[in-house]
Design a protein around this ligand. Structure first.
Ligand SMILES: C[S@@+](CC[C@H](N)C(=O)[O-])C[C@H]1O[C@@H](n2cnc3c(N)ncnc32)[C@H](O)[C@@H]1O
Length: 348
């Protein structure tokens, strides 16, 4: 898988989880992370919690431990819940398996102590087997074989609503679903999660607040530094928020209330912008015609906006060569632009 695709995939995984965390409000209690691999998700989102994690591969356990030194991470087959019952009260469990997360979930739900509110997250790749071979395992653990195309299509098309959801609702009783969300990656891989509660339909976050149990996810100085670093790399505010495990609303509140933080956000965004401006300028002065056009249209619109259809090319349609006076003109335009930016910054 390309690096860019992996980046998008992890971003979507983090967004799903952040949405659930935001919906639940900040719950006290521990996080169970089976299938932890190198701990990418745990490191990005769950550091506020006491983490109990496991993976079947010792190399993964070693890497995740190095990354999350405060967590309790062991080598284990997560199809059986690998910690003693009294270990902790869990308010989050993340079953990011390759294909079938429900064996692990059931053994956790039966073997661990679950908080009155809990976030549950699943990666489910069963649809592929359903449509290809017809052999699949229901979330309850029953092996099934669908023989005809029609049978396969029926189960495949309504897999979440007719197979997963009714089972889940029944299985988690006396908890009930407060919020549920899902998305597909490709046609077959389904990512979904739910906030469940044992209370009487109240929003779990508010309930926690009412009873004084709430412990907000802290947007402390370390997280602020990380957030600023993401912005300076050119990421947008929402994505940077997801990367540090803080809701967009919390970021907005801090931007409004904290003058110094507001200044740093603006500076980081401006730094990211400057990097692009510099790269564009380099490309333009090296003779890249698209860059020259973009630069002139944007930085010197008075002279160039009425010439947008002009095709820039060298003799016989070949590449353009930037003459000294052209380069000087560009440099002058950049100098003026930077001057204006500097003045604007000083005023702001
Ligand atoms: C999709 S990855 C999990 C990615 C992880 N959530 C992250 O944040 O990067 C699946 C992981 O499950 C592990 N695994 C597969 N079968 C397992 C089992 N039965 N018990 C424990 N770990 C298992 C693999 O070694 C692999 O590291």
């Amino acid at each position: 898988m390309s690096e860019q695709k992996q980046h998008v995939d992890i971003k979507r995984k983090l967004t799903l989880r952040q949405t659930l965390i935001d919906k639940a409000g900040s719950l006290p209690g521990a996080a169970y992370i089976p299938f932890i691999r190198e701990g990418d998700i745990a490191a990005a989102l769950y550091r506020e919690k006491r983490i109990y994690g496991a993976d079947i591969k010792p190399a993964m356990v070693k890497k995740a431990k190095a990354r999350l030194p405060d967590a309790n991470i062991i080598k284990a087959d997560c199809d059986q819940y690998p910690f003693p019952k009294g270990t902790a009260t869990f308010t989050l469990a993340d079953f990011d398996s390759y294909s079938y997360p429900y064996q692990s979930f059931r053994s956790f739900f039966e073997g661990a102590k679950i908080g009155s509110q809990c976030i549950l997250i699943f990666t489910d790749g069963q649809r592929q087997a359903i449509i290809r071979t017809g052999h699949y395992t229901t979330p309850g653990g029953e092996k099934k074989h669908l023989k005809t195309k029609t049978e396969k299509r029926e189960v495949y098309n309504f897999y979440f609503n007719k197979t997963i959801l009714p089972w889940f609702k029944e299985y988690i009783k006396p908890w009930h679903i407060v919020y549920i969300t899902k998305y597909l990656r490709g046609p077959n891989l389904m990512y979904w999660g739910a906030v469940i509660s044992k209370t009487n339909g109240k929003h779990p976050g508010r309930h926690a607040k009412d009873t004084g149990n709430i412990r907000p996810y802290k947007f402390d100085d370390i997280k602020k530094d990380k957030y600023i670093a993401h912005l300076a790399e050119g990421h947008r505010r929402g994505y940077a928020a997801t990367m540090v495990g803080i809701s967009r609303q919390t970021i907005c509140d801090h931007i409004k209330a904290d003058k110094e933080f507001r200044r740093r956000v603006s500076e980081a965004e401006s730094d990211a912008n400057d990097k692009v401006v510099n790269a564009l300028f380099e490309a333009a002065t090296s003779g890249n015609t698209t860059a020259i056009q973009v630069w002139l249209y944007n930085k010197d619109p008075k002279n160039w906006s009425d010439k947008r259809n002009i095709q820039l090319s060298g003799p016989d349609g070949g590449p353009i060569t930037v003459q000294v006076d052209g380069r000087a003109k560009l440099l002058e335009a950049v100098r003026k632009y930077r001057e204006r930016q500097g003045e604007a910054k000083e005023k702001g």
